[in-house]
Design a protein around this ligand. Structure first.
Ligand code: DGJ
Length: 698
């Protein structure tokens, strides 16, 4: 159970989640100060911890050591300001004046005003009965009647860690087709910034970090984490202060972006989540996964269907007959959603034309999309379609008609990336246009699934007609969210996959209105092991789209057996992306067998607890999933080395006293034995060995 308590004498709030506590207090001058984030506390203990701030050590030191709930400019504060504002008279900063607070179930709001300027600031906190994740965000209100207030940085909140002898940070970095590479490194004293300035979440960094003392392991140890629910530019600054503290402030936007808060206007930041656990990195991931499944995703208890996607098979060479032949083969394997990718509309025959002209290409679909969609529905599958609403090719009717609809700056070239420009969705007319054609496309054709792609970063991000052009960094994303939300509300059966050239838009913000993420354009199964390892540090298997594609793999030229490719993709939401017209009858038989097996294990994989048994840079890597009595282990050994045995890995999280039965062999094992010696993985000899072991508690 969660709770929020307030001690009026010490002006301390205590927020408790099922296994952690978070406490804050007001200083004598009303500054909201951090008290505690860690093991569960009573209110009496929190009150004792809420000590007055120590005197300054010297005239060169700050009034805080970064231990505030939101760092603001003003006075002797020299760290990163999570809230930086400028008023019309040139002054800046905030002097806190406490106004009031309200507790409503798991929600806490604490409101302040600046002591002189017309700015109201509310800190928001939310806790849950079924999660240790704490949500934070702020709202700002301009309470005056004249002159906008400039917002130079507006973070969602600051988290402070206890003083530890050392700190380590874990995060993911990467690039297109090599997203989610996990890195753990010692954190230097100073300010370390994780950011995207690309207008989208990005392939290069993902908006979360985990922090520990350097001693946490996969299965034990204190880990603190933060993740931002936002799909545009973002910034998380982790400061290890010379005074020995660690804090993190983060939110939307990036350096140099400024917004104008107009008189009467209210401004809400995205949610920044925090998580504390003593269960190591594996435990942290499981907590995040449960939170995403229970609190973030729109269709929570649903298992994701097996899809077929045409992209790697047909590229832009898409027509009714070819798609129907693929659909017939896919249905024969047990596929449940057929997705037609890029190339179906306007003059789109390659990536240099047609984006923006969202009508079925008459030469390829002379009777529109309905004949193909009815055929797919007739085969017992749902129908999905690729769209990239935020983009336009200059070679398109849309751009010829509305060249001013794109992000642009006067007297500057319009940089084309993948031959396309970014439509300015912050413009209400552009967002309305996008919503209109998407709504008609879905409604008129009974479309069940959208793959919503986004294939370039922002450049020349200007809006010449606007008096507040930087607003587009926020309003573009909000318009994408709002269109998705409206489509879902008006078409309750519609499901959406978030894609941005693979995994460039995977975050808690997009996941609250989409069902899954296209993890990476790189479908090489060995590369995928590392990508999936990084992806699932925060995001659950339930949203991780993974396709089985053809040999040799597009990006690496590697050829791996079909079974290995399947076993890797079965660790997430299984899909098929190969050209089924080229698959032999024997390959189709293996595929049908493995698809049937996936149908049996998927509720455990997608909705269960994930235990990573080893890392992909090891000899054998494996993931274990547990849901109720069901246990699934997927194991992969890309290459073999003489003398290194790999036939067993100890399992985690099982009941030591229970008996577990192997579904294939019928052999029974005591949980204690599985946790010590492990389960036989039955990996075949040779390279690219893989297996799927299923156990059930008796
Ligand atoms: C990028 C996506 O990641 C691919 O899967 C595919 O949909 C292409 N775009 C189509 O242009």
């Amino acid at each position: 159970m969660s709770s929020i308590l307030f001690d009026a004498g010490s002006r301390t709030w205590l927020l408790s989640t099922p296994s952690s506590s978070y406490a804050l207090r007001l200083d004598d001058d009303d500054t909201p100060r951090h008290v505690h984030w860690g093991q569960p506390l009573t209110l009496a203990a929190a009150r004792e911890l809420a000590l007055p701030s120590p005197p300054l050590v010297s005239s060169f030191d700050g009034a805080t050591d970064g231990d505030v709930e939101l760092s603001v400019e003003g006075g002797a504060v020299f760290g990163v300001a999570g809230l930086a504002v400028r008023y019309a008279d040139g002054s800046g900063g905030v002097e806190w004046r406490y106004l009031e607070h309200a507790i409503d179930g798991g929600r806490l709001e604490i409101s302040f005003a600046d002591r002189h300027y017309p700015l109201r600031i509310t800190l928001h906190y939310r806790v849950f009965d079924d999660s240790d994740v704490i949500e934070r965000w702020i709202t700002l209100r301009h309470t005056g009647t004249e002159d906008a207030i400039e917002l130079r940085r507006c973070d969602s909140g600051q988290f402070t860690l206890p003083v530890l002898p050392d700190y380590r940070v874990s995060h993911v970095f990467g690039g297109w087709s090599r997203e989610f590479q996990l890195e753990r490194s010692v954190l230097p004293v100073g300010e370390t910034v994780f950011t995207s300035r690309r207008g989208t979440t990005s392939h290069q960094a993902n908006p979360w970090v985990m922090l520990d003392a350097g001693s946490a392991t996969e299965n034990a140890g204190e880990v603190w984490g933060a993740a931002l629910a936002w799909s545009g530019s973002w910034r998380l600054t982790v400061s290890r202060t010379p005074g020995g503290r660690l804090n993190l402030t983060g939110g939307f936007g990036h350096d140099g972006v400024r917004w104008r808060l107009r008189p009467g206007e209210e401004w809400t930041t995205p949610v920044l989540c925090g998580l504390y656990t003593v269960d190591g990195f594996g435990g942290a991931s499981r907590h995040w996964h449960r939170y995403v499944r229970a609190q973030v995703l729109p269709s929570r208890d649903e298992v994701r269907p097996i899809l077929y996607n045409s992209w790697e098979a047909t590229g832009f060479d898409v027509d009714e007959e070819g798609q129907q032949r693929l659909a017939e083969l896919a249905a024969g394997l047990g596929v449940e959603v057929f997705v037609m990718d890029d190339g179906w509309f306007g003059g789109r025959r390659a990536d240099n034309a047609g984006l923006g002209d969202w009508y079925p290409a008459p030469s390829q679909f002379p009777n529109g999309l309905k004949p193909l969609i009815s055929a797919v529905h007739g085969l017992g599958m749902r129908f999905g379609i690729w769209v990239e609403p935020e983009m336009v090719n200059p070679d398109s009717d849309l751009y010829r008609t509305h060249p001013d609809w794109v992000l642009h700056l006067p007297f500057r070239r319009r940089t084309e990336l993948r031959n396309q420009l970014v439509l300015n969705f912050a413009r209400p007319d552009v967002a309305a246009w996008a919503h209109k054609w998407l709504d008609a496309l879905v409604a008129d054709n009974a479309i069940d699934f959208l793959k919503w792609d986004m294939n370039r970063a922002f450049t020349e991000a200007g809006w010449p007609d606007s008096d507040d052009p930087d607003r587009l960094w926020v309003d573009h994303v909000r318009a994408v969210y709002s269109i998705m939300d409206r489509l879902r509300a008006d078409h309750p059966g519609l499901r959406i996959e978030s894609c941005s050239g693979g995994g460039g838009r995977a975050d808690l913000g997009i996941l609250s209105r989409t069902d899954q993420v296209w993890t990476s354009d790189n479908t090489d199964p060995v590369d995928r092991l590392a990508i999936q390892h990084g992806f699932t540090q925060l995001y659950p298997a339930r949203v991780m789209s993974a396709w089985v594609t053809d040999n040799p793999a597009h990006f690496t030229g590697r050829s791996a057996p079909l079974r290995f490719r399947f076993h890797v993709a079965m660790a997430g939401v299984l899909g098929i992306g190969g050209n089924l017209l080229h698959w032999s009858a024997a390959e189709r038989a293996i595929a049908a067998e493995l698809i049937a097996e996936y149908q049996e294990i998927r509720s455990t994989v997608q909705l269960g607890d994930l235990y990573r048994l080893s890392t992909p840079d090891g000899f054998v890597s494996a993931a274990q999933y547990v849901r109720g009595p069901e246990v699934v282990v997927l194991a992969w050994r890309p290459y073999t080395r003489f003398g290194l045995t790999s036939d067993r890995l100890p399992l985690v999280g099982l009941d030591p006293d229970a008996t577990y039965r192997d579904a294939r062999s019928g052999t029974e094992y005591l949980g204690a034995v599985l946790g010590t010696l492990g389960v036989p993985l039955d990996l075949p000899a040779g390279d690219y060995a893989s297996s799927c072991v299923r156990l059930a508690r008796r």
